[in-house]
Design a protein around this ligand. Sequence first.
Ligand code: ZN
Length: 69
Amino acid sequence: MLKRITGYHQDADQHWVAELECGHGQHVRHNPPWEVRPWVLTEEGRQKMIGTTLRCMICAAPFTWPAQK
Ligand SMILES: [Zn+2]
């Protein structure tokens, strides 16, 4: 489920959240060595990533619980 980034906002902890075309948001942290996204730290970097795709974890979780069918 790759979704294009349409914009960003920051959450209450100042972490950047990418806004995806599906309407979901996804954290894009720069937290090395686990998450390495130096581009998220600059306005220029973030703008460059608009239009690129991220895997939306919410769209990629098609399960409904309880799933009976
Ligand atoms: Zn989504």
